[in-house]
Design a protein around this ligand. Structure first.
Ligand SMILES: [Cu+2]
Length: 280
């Protein structure tokens, strides 16, 4: 009887904890309500199955308890029950996976007229690059990375000259404008994660991954690295500041382009001499 009671309390307590939990989601600040809907569907399916299994166990413990003169029958095979369980499990797994496929498709189908921001991860900071007036991002390669060129832009690509660089500082974005983020790592695997945006994706060395979103709320939102990337991983944080249009433009005016940064480096005499240039 105590086991039956414990199992029933476990089921009831889990459901109560789910609804009364103080650790709920951060208020959403992007268009990705679909992600929340998908998680809620997952909670419903797994919650109902968990509760049903635990209560069924409690029922069995009570119903088939030991009594004098009764023996258990050995019945290892039941084709009918196995078939029934296989069908129900398959339907449950399909219901868990299918909504995610629809949401994923939207997550990576970028609408027309979306602006672009590149997000660069490295041990252990976040940097960003915005296209200039031409709207294009110049070529980049990790072989160009040097103290003077921390993001590894191709110095010979004219398209990269007007690109705006934000190295190890906060990224600003205008509210209500869809943005496509291109994710690039210059060392190991990192993972860009802003909980309020319900957006998260790996940065893979040698690949450019992407997704898009629309920031819907003005404010400062913390960026976490959600892929363990070495001893500095917990400190790999930054912010996305979502501004109204005029604040955003004021911030943008203050940022330096790649050409300006290169010139400043040359003027300060810190630029590497020819024999110190990075190996191609
Ligand atoms: Cu990281």
């Amino acid at each position: 009887m105590p086991v039956v009671l414990m199992l029933v309390l476990l089921a009831a307590g889990s459901v109560a904890f789910h609804f009364a939990s103080p650790w709920w989601w951060t208020p959403i600040a992007s268009n990705w309500r679909y992600i929340d809907d998908t998680i809620i569907i997952t909670f419903w399916i797994t919650g109902v199955v968990f509760t049903a299994v635990v209560l069924f166990m409690a029922y069995c413990v009570y119903r088939f308890r030991h009594r004098e003169g009764r023996r258990a029958a050995y019945e290892p095979e039941s084709r009918k029950l196995e078939l029934w369980l296989a069908i129900v499990t398959a339907l449950g797994v399909a219901a868990l996976l299918t909504p995610g496929l629809f949401v994923w498709r939207q997550f990576v189908t970028v609408p027309n007229g979306t602006s672009v921001v590149e997000i660069i991860g490295q041990q252990w900071q976040w940097s960003f690059r915005l296209p200039g007036k031409s709207g294009r991002l110049g070529a980049s390669d990790t072989s160009y990375v040097s103290p003077d060129n921390p993001l590894g832009l191709d110095p010979n690509d004219p398209a990269g000259q007007d690109n705006v660089l934000i190295v190890g500082d906060d990224l600003h974005l205008p509210v209500g404008k869809p943005v496509k983020v291109l994710l690039r790592s210059i060392d190991v695997v990192h993972d860009f994660y802003v909980p309020e945006f319900r957006a998260k994706m790996d940065l893979m060395p040698g690949l450019v991954t992407y997704f898009w979103f629309t920031p819907t709320r003005i404010g400062t939102f913390e960026i976490f690295c959600a892929g363990f990337c070495g001893v500095g991983h917990p400190q790999m944080r930054s912010n996305v500041v979502v501004d109204n249009e005029s604040d955003y433009q004021a911030w943008l005016q203050k940022q330096r382009t790649f050409a300006q940064a290169q010139k400043a480096e040359a003027a300060s005499g810190k630029r590497a001499s020819a024999d110190e240039s990075p190996i191609r």
